[in-house]
Design a protein around this ligand. Structure first.
Ligand SMILES: Nc1ncnc2c1ncn2[C@@H]1O[C@H](COP(=O)(O)OP(=O)(O)OP(=O)(O)O)[C@@H](O)[C@H]1O
Ligand SMILES: [Mg+2]
Length: 270
């Protein structure tokens, strides 16, 4: 395949991300140990697990940002390991990412942040980029006057929304969110969850969301996967995870800091 050849992506595939027997490690430390997981098109998959268990590492592996030792990752019908750098870059255009650390470039305005991926990939006029940036702002519920503000002039909630607008910059098929509601108050976090659900429905997105936030699992996620000891210990509807006899899941759902009943979630956030 030549560099210029266009990558043929299967955006209609039922299994939009398929991870099989994945091994990722750093030095002598194995983080993901023969992990397998499917993400279905159009779902919001919540991804939970203890701190340091490898949730961000798996996210970064799917994004092609960390080296894989064994196993395979198929995204939109393409096997990551088989792609040239040029094709990987074409595939990346279909991802929207909100990283756990560092949401926006502080030296750039919100508008410039949103336009950064457009500048890199699209080659369209400034006028068109401006129009698109305002559209993205509206999509995430930010006022137009946020466009010319710098991140330091925004609240935490507004920064998350602006970062989401940037993640949506290239109309992705898959959105990766790593702890999107951390640092937000419960009302702000609830509003963010509602926004994500709306975006999923209106834009037909598939969303992979790493979270510690129980409310997010209840309000936003279609299925939840739990990571432990390098593997997926459970994956399915929340009710199945709640009923799991795994010790970590038991204490996560039923321990001191867990909420007692799913039904109280909505009222707790609104
Ligand atoms: N580039 C790297 N080099 C070496 N070790 C790394 C690297 N990235 C991650 N790790 C290690 O991999 C392990 C898993 O990290 P990861 O960030 O995926 O955890 P996490 O599940 O996302 O945790 P948290 O919930 O705290 O965000 C940690 O021990 C971390 O130190
Ligand atoms: Mg993390």
């Amino acid at each position: 395949m030549t560099k210029q050849e266009k990558l043929q992506l299967d955006t209609q595939t039922k299994v939009i991300i398929s991870v099989k027997d994945l091994v990722v490690g750093f030095g002598t430390k194995i983080i993901l140990d023969h992990l397998s997981l499917d993400v279905m098109r159009g779902e919001i998959l919540g991804f939970i697990g203890p701190s340091g268990s490898g949730k961000s590492v798996l996210t970064r592996a799917i994004l092609g940002l960390v080296p894989v030792r064994e196993g395979m990752i198929d995204v939109l019908g393409q096997r990551l390991g088989d792609l040239s750098a040029a094709h990987l870059s074409q595939l990346e255009r279909h991802f929207g990412v909100l990283f756990q650390q560092g949401a926006l470039f502080s030296a750039l305005t919100v508008k410039q942040n949103i336009q950064l991926p457009m500048r890199e990939y699209l080659g369209i006029s400034q006028t068109l980029m401006d129009e698109l940036a305002y559209l993205k702002l509206e999509l995430v519920g930010l006022p137009a006057d946020a466009a010319d503000k710098y991140p330091s002039e925004l609240s935490g909630g507004m920064i998350k929304r602006a970062a989401l607008a940037r993640a949506l910059s290239l109309d992705p098929d898959i959105l990766f969110l790593d702890e999107p509601t951390s640092g937000l108050d419960p009302i702000g976090a609830g509003e963010f969850d509602d926004l994500i659900v709306t975006l999923k429905k209106t834009l037909g997105l598939t969303i992979f969301m790493v979270t510690h936030d129980l409310d997010s699992l209840y309000t936003a996620c279609d299925r939840v996967a739990a990571l432990g000891k390098g593997k997926i210990i459970e994956v399915g509807p929340l009710s199945e995870l709640e009923a799991s006899d795994d010790a970590w899941l038991q204490s996560y759902f039923h321990g001191k800091r867990a909420r007692a009943v799913a039904g109280t979630q909505k009222s707790a956030t609104h």
